[in-house]
Design a protein around this ligand. Structure first.
Ligand SMILES: Cc1cc2nc3c(=O)[nH]c(=O)nc-3n(C[C@H](O)[C@H](O)[C@H](O)COP(=O)(O)OP(=O)(O)OC[C@H]3O[C@@H](n4cnc5c(N)ncnc54)[C@H](O)[C@@H]3O)c2cc1C
Length: 479
């Protein structure tokens, strides 16, 4: 039954659904504009969302490891645009360390094998790919897959070593393959973050090694303005009823909340998988936009050993016969990070991550130990002291790690994804045109939603994203 919004007492002017970076920054932006009647509604017992860590390691040797986001990607070049996450990291003294992704040792099925020449060739091929995408934008050419782009710009990997090098440049960032990703959007995603020539922040990657957790940057920021009555923890939203006069949110425990407006910041994975119901059902244009973007998965698999027997560089790369099989390695037991921690981890992405999420821990552990034995044939790989990996895709609060833009996601889809339906607004990392996937994308989207909604509430203009009811083909098929 429709809710009679006029006759119920309101809990707040705005409900902010989700307490990740987007939700916290949306709240701060509302507050900055004088709107303080809001409540952040969060399923977990803390703020941060995908900024999430765990204590890991044997008794007496525990360290904090980041299960989700780990880097400030791009900082600032000269007086160009600064990454706002870097600003918060500095403001709240979060400990970060420069991570040189080119400081790498390469391995394959024969053990250590120096194919760094090929590795740097693949880095150049990636740059060429992004330049090619820029040309397509200038010429208004259609999008294509990253694979098409690589081939047309002359990169055709034929060996496991070349494929692993390509993986490092591409999948390790987008969490999907070049075949699954937009050539154009993946390129601007890279350039707007890393390339100062187009307004990007620059090439640095700062890795958080703060033992309070990377999440400190956003939790400490929240503490500067958020009052206890402006946040509800352990409150899982199951249904959102919306109209042109208000929004009503039902929680798992039966409580319900009423407000003039709501901003959902749930991941597109959550929206795609019906973890939250909408009444009335979302319009077709909205549903098509939600289903047309991808929630990709990026998985870090952590090991702690009694002692370090692996590479001295910051990074390691393993080329298997199978592309994407336990490829990218990082050591925390490095003089720049957490020396003596005994922690090393490997990352998988995309379909491979979904595969391992369905396996028992014991099997994944055995497989990765097998890979380590292949990488280090002369070492008897010891039994790890601890082992762990998060299952982001199966987690109903996330359903993956971050969004990736497929080649069939068009600019009208993007606008439709971001557009409000009645008084329900949509925000989150995936709504960011330039920075989808990244923490700074979440930040800028939260700021945008908070500022625009404050204007709207204060009776100024209610600027709305243009909705395209039907995303049509500019050159329809004639069959
Ligand atoms: C493994 C991994 C690695 C990453 N690495 C990086 C990196 O190095 N650098 C970088 O810039 N970005 C990285 N990212 C991406 C970055 O973490 C995200 O872009 C960003 O945190 C998204 O913020 P958000 O607020 O939009 O969404 P979220 O953080 O997902 O916030 C949404 C909130 O909603 C809550 N929620 C969900 N469902 C419900 C419900 N039904 N009821 C109530 N609450 C609910 C969730 O608990 C969450 O707190 C990574 C992400 C992952 C997972």
């Amino acid at each position: 039954t429709p809710v009679d919004f006029a006759s119920h007492p309101k809990n707040a002017t705005v409900l902010i659904l989700g307490g990740g970076v987007t939700g916290v920054i949306a709240a701060r932006s509302l507050a900055q504009k004088g709107i303080t009647s809001f409540i952040i509604v969060e399923a977990r017992s803390e703020l941060g969302g995908r900024a999430q860590d765990a204590k890991f390691g044997a008794k007496g040797k525990e360290v904090t490891v980041e299960l989700g986001c780990n880097w400030v990607q791009g900082t600032q070049t000269g007086d160009g645009l600064a990454n706002p996450i870097w600003g918060l990291v500095k403001k709240h003294n979060v400990k970060v360390q420069n991570n040189d992704w080119d400081n790498i040792t390469t391995y394959d099925m024969t053990g250590a094998n120096d194919y760094t020449d090929l590795f740097f060739e693949s880095e150049d091929a990636y740059t060429t790919l992004t330049v090619g995408a820029g040309t397509r934008v200038d010429k208004k050419l259609v999008d294509a897959t990253g694979r098409v782009g690589y081939a047309l710009t002359g990169w055709k990997p034929q060996t496991p070593q070349a494929r692993a090098s390509e993986y490092y440049q591409f999948d390790w960032e987008y969490a999907q393959t070049p075949e699954q990703s937009s050539w154009i959007a993946s390129s601007w995603g890279n350039n707007f973050t890393y390339d100062p020539d187009v307004g990007g922040f620059g090439g640095d990657n700062l890795m958080a090694i703060d033992q309070r957790g990377f999440k400190t940057f956003i939790q400490a920021e929240a503490a500067t303005f958020l009052k206890p009555n402006q946040v509800m923890f352990n409150s899982t939203v199951t249904n959102i009823t919306y109209s042109n006069s208000g929004v009503n949110v039902t929680l798992k425990d039966g409580r319900f909340l009423l407000a003039d407006y709501a901003i959902t910041t749930f991941s597109v994975g959550v929206l795609q998988n019906d973890d939250v119901g909408f009444s009335p059902p979302l319009p077709d244009w909205k549903e098509e936009a939600i289903q047309s973007i991808v929630m990709a998965t990026y998985t870090k698999i952590f090991f702690q050993f009694d002692h370090d027997f692996w590479f001295d560089t910051q990074m390691g790369l393993y080329a298997d016969e199978e592309r994407g099989r336990y490829p990218v390695w990082q050591t925390l037991d490095h003089v720049d990070f957490l020396p003596g921690s005994g922690v090393v981890f490997v990352t998988t992405t995309g379909d491979y991550s979904i595969r391992i999420e369905s396996l028992p821990d014991s099997q994944v552990k055995a497989e990765v130990l097998g890979v380590l034995q292949t990488m280090f044939p002369h070492v008897k790989i010891p039994e790890p002291l601890d082992f762990m990996f998060p299952r982001w895709n199966a987690n109903p609060l996330f359903r993956g790690s971050y969004s990736n833009w497929p080649p069939s996601f068009f600019s009208q889809h993007h606008q439709n994804l971001r557009a409000n339906v009645g008084r329900l607004w949509f925000s989150g990392e995936a709504m960011s045109l330039k920075y989808f996937g990244f923490l700074h994308g979440a930040y800028f989207e939260g700021e945008r939603a908070g500022f625009l909604l404050a204007e709207c509430i204060k009776g100024g203009s209610c600027v709305e994203d243009q909705v395209t009811q039907d995303v049509t083909n500019c050159a329809p098929y004639k069959i």
